[in-house]
Design a protein around this ligand. Structure first.
Ligand SMILES: Cc1cc2nc3c(=O)[nH]c(=O)nc-3n(C[C@H](O)[C@H](O)[C@H](O)COP(=O)(O)O)c2cc1C
Length: 234
């Protein structure tokens, strides 16, 4: 299994360590784990030109230097692990900036077919509160990308560094991660999209049939055969 970890901070503190602990529980010896850190691996904001949606993702001004690589890594992964600390009750700005670059992959435009057979975990820590909203910031994108199975884990660590987090909380984290890890399918071929992922697909399909927002989307859905009998998860 290919595991891609996308960290919404450069700090290797609580959020990163929890993400690593989860991966350690899941990964087998032969599994490949790649770690990306934001903003290092994608420091640009979306300019809002909309070229990705209207003309194709390779027209994005950030495609050649950053997005081409990250997109390849995402598409090659079986399990995506997104981590973000809570910043002001939401995901980090750098995480949002990355996700904004994938507006073209939302179900109403050109979802990537392999998403339906992927699993993803979103992890967030806060000192006190805001994990739910931060996790939703990421989960919303993943759901609209069509990711087959999405899990979340958030915890208030009551501190600003991993070392200072109390032993009681660390025990609670270990228990939570054991539970979460047991839900992840270790063989990618066993992954089937959730009812919600399929529902999102059928809603996107209905919109494509009725509305046809732009030419690039229309051609894409047509070529995939998704407006007919072909389904991305089969
Ligand atoms: C700019 C900034 C904003 C923050 N906003 C919140 C917040 O809204 N709620 C909260 O409980 N903690 C907040 N925190 C604390 C961090 O979310 C918390 O310490 C987190 O565990 C840090 O993760 P890290 O150790 O992986 O860097 C904030 C920290 C920073 C630097």
């Amino acid at each position: 299994m290919n595991i891609l970890m996308i960290n919404g901070t450069m700090r290797q503190e609580s959020t990163y360590n929890i993400g690593k602990m989860l991966i350690d529980r899941i990964k087998k010896e032969e599994d490949m784990v790649i770690e990306l850190f934001l903003p290092r691996d994608m420091p640009e904001f979306c300019r809002g030109c909309g070229m990705c949606i209207a003309k194709g993702e390779e027209k994005c001004p950030d495609y050649l230097i950053y997005m081409k690589r990250i997109t390849r890594l995402i598409d090659d992964a079986d399990l995506l692990v997104f981590t973000t600390p809570v910043f002001c009750f939401h995901a980090s700005g750098q995480m949002k900036a990355l996700l904004d670059h994938y507006g073209y992959r939302w179900m109403v435009h050109r979802p990537e077919g392999s998403m339906f057979k992927k699993q993803a975990v979103c992890i967030s820590t806060a000192a006190g509160a805001g994990m739910k909203k931060a996790l939703k910031d990421i989960k919303d994108s993943l759901a609209f990308w069509g990711v087959g199975r999405i899990f979340t884990y958030g915890i208030a660590v009551q501190n600003t560094s991993w070392e200072a987090v109390s032993e009681d909380i660390k025990v609670k984290i270990k228990e939570g991660l054991d539970k979460l890890a047991s839900k992840i399918k270790l063989s990618p071929e066993e992954v089937q999209p959730s009812f919600k992922a399929k529902l999102m697909f059928y809603m996107g399909r209905m919109l494509q049939k009725r509305m046809q927002f732009n030419e690039a989307d229309r051609v894409y859905w047509g070529e995939k055969g998704w407006l007919g009998k072909v389904r991305p998860w089969k």
